[in-house]
Design a protein around this ligand. Structure first.
Ligand code: SAM
Length: 286
């Protein structure tokens, strides 16, 4: 394999030179490939879609983790859905106040291959004593668990194949049921310039289900088509409206070193462009 062509979009996509193929397998659930690229480092793709690269993963994993955890303020119990590469787990584990992490990944092969070929993603986080790793469909888990969580992070593939169910109304409703008072759900929700329908559908499904719902954004270079949105569903409206000074105090007090996230980025990320506000039928970013 000389080049890897992403096939997420018809007629438009990104190409990576495959400088070294590290692993390729068809697992029980999806086609997995991990390769080296001189510019982006090690890259993983599932079913023809780029999932993560060593070069820019920090942006996505920091924003999908630290925004809800610093907004919550005292996240003791965290649930990660998907996230098989371990990047979200690595960032959640940096929060000392977190006492318990449940991670529900449908494909055990992704975990094993990422431990072996993408060790910089998890950086040993899979050995964290707070972790309870469950190999299961995230939909089945949230529909059946009796556990409750302060923050739920859905780090799924796109809504095709095994990831599709993680964008369903049933999934969001089940996550709402699994949240403690003050709980927050955040999810990977695609790039609105290319996947505006996904954002609209999530907005319709969250509206009426969460006291506060919105989206926040970050530009992740290898999630092509512009800024990536993260869906936000919170059990109280205050979580999204914290004073900047509060976030600054929590960030400074955590001693967590980041490369992308900071409190100002946190606040600014919730400011959505006009075409997205119109698509989700919100008059403003309030
Ligand atoms: N950061 C990537 C993105 O934004 O596209 C996602 C990375 S992570 C590799 C996505 C993970 O979701 C994969 O490991 C995949 O196996 C997992 N996954 C897909 N569908 C799932 C489901 N129904 N339940 C649990 N995990 C699922």
């Amino acid at each position: 394999m000389r080049d890897y062509l992403e096939t997420l979009y018809e007629g438009y996509g990104q190409r990576f030179a495959v400088d070294k193929l590290l692993h390729e397998v068809r697992t029980e659930h999806q086609h997995l490939v991990i390769f080296e690229n001189a510019r982006m480092g090690r890259v993983m793709a599932l079913d023809g879609v780029i999932q993560t690269t060593e070069a820019d993963e920090f942006i996505y994993h920091e924003m999908l983790t630290h925004v809800p955890l610093f907004a919550h303020g005292l996240p003791r119990r965290v649930l990660i859905i998907g996230g098989g590469d371990g990047g979200i787990l690595r960032e959640v584990a940096k929060h000392r106040e977190v006492e318990h992490i449940t991670m529900v990944e449908i494909d055990g092969t992704v975990v094993e291959m990422c431990k072996e070929f993408l060790p910089n993603h998890s950086q040993g986080a899979f050995d964290d004593p707070r972790l309870n790793l469950v190999i299961d469909d995230g939909m089945h888990f949230v529909a059946t668990t009796q556990d409750k969580f302060d923050v739920i992070i859905s780090d799924s593939t796109d809504p095709i194949g095994p990831g599709e169910v993680l964008f369903s109304e049933n999934f969001y409703q089940a996550c709402r049921r699994c949240l403690n008072d003050g709980g927050i759900l955040v999810t990977q929700n695609g790039t609105p310039f290319m996947q505006l329908g996904e954002v609209q559908t999530t907005a319709q499904r969250m509206n009426g289900l969460f006291p506060d719902w919105h989206f926040y954004q970050a530009a992740v270079p290898t999630y092509i088509g512009g800024a990536m949105t993260f869906a936000w569903g919170a059990c109280n409206v205050e979580s999204r409206k914290l004073p900047l000074e509060t976030l600054r105090q929590r960030y400074a007090g955590s001693s967590i070193v980041t490369r992308y996230y900071n409190p100002e980025i946190h606040v600014g990320a919730f400011a959505l462009p006009q075409y997205v506000l119109q698509a989700i039928r919100k008059p403003s970013n309030d």
